[in-house]
Design a protein around this ligand. Sequence first.
Ligand SMILES: Nc1ncnc2c1ncn2[C@@H]1O[C@H](COP(=O)(O)OP(=O)(O)OP(=O)(O)O)[C@@H](O)[C@H]1O
Length: 275
Amino acid sequence: MPDQASNRTMDTAGGAAGAAPPAVRVEGLWKRFGEQIAVAGVDLDLPAGKFIGLVGPNGAGKTTTLSMITGLLRPDQGRIEVVGHDVWKDPVEVKARIGVLPEGLRLFERLSGGELLSYTGRLRGLPGEEVDKRAAQLLDVLDLAGARHKLVVDYSTGMRKKIGLAAALLHNPQVLFLDEPFEGVDPVSAQTIRGVLERYTASGATVVFSSHVMELVESLCDWVAVMAAGRIRAHGPLAEVRGSARSLQDAFLQLVGANGRDTGDALDWLGGGAR
Ligand SMILES: Nc1ncnc2c1ncn2[C@@H]1O[C@H](COP(=O)(O)OP(=O)(O)OP(=O)(O)O)[C@@H](O)[C@H]1O
């Protein structure tokens, strides 16, 4: 199974002179919160036009990394480019090209779903007519048309994810970042979101999403990066990262060193009705 150093050669994006830049290029990225080093020297190129999964155990540094890449959190050290533009030197260029569905998404709760999209589209500088057309189509595809006049505060968890996704897609970004996009989403809605994202990447756009659900990553992604303890442990095409392991789940457990971990034998008081 490849480690970070050996598997840099797998990355085909941006390798040749004059080739299109990768969707994301990260060099020497660090972030510390007090004593806690959340991101410990990440170097990573994410190829354009791929469905990319960022996976890792709780606390691995995924959200912190995505927040820095999307310009929401300033790195302590390091450089980040999105489609060739420096995120921190050229934020307007970058923000015009990305869509973000962050973890714990904050929305304008007192707007209806329809109003939220109208507002977002106009903030993005799209003509009103175009915003209305795209908003109606997105609401329809995401099965939110019936809730377009309902206030966002009254949306369910899954509906919030879907309206957040619609808002992130409205300006047709080149790269879409999604933090746990399927959390709290029912299987039917998940299938819908999946269809929208597959269509989007098939057109050459890039999706980068973080998830703990390996089966989902394995079925959706063609490229993965595995993160643990603030570092990238492996990255590359799905089949190469999975290597000879039976599944991505097994490869992941080997990579993050969780195989053979205590499965709770110490909790001998738990279960069986014993006092
Ligand atoms: N604002 C913060 N202040 C202090 N520590 C933080 C902060 N944000 C993140 N951390 C710490 O940084 C580390 C990485 O957190 P992060 O949220 O990036 O992990 P993650 O991989 O997204 O985890 P999860 O899968 O559980 O969401 C953790 O140890 C976390 O406690």
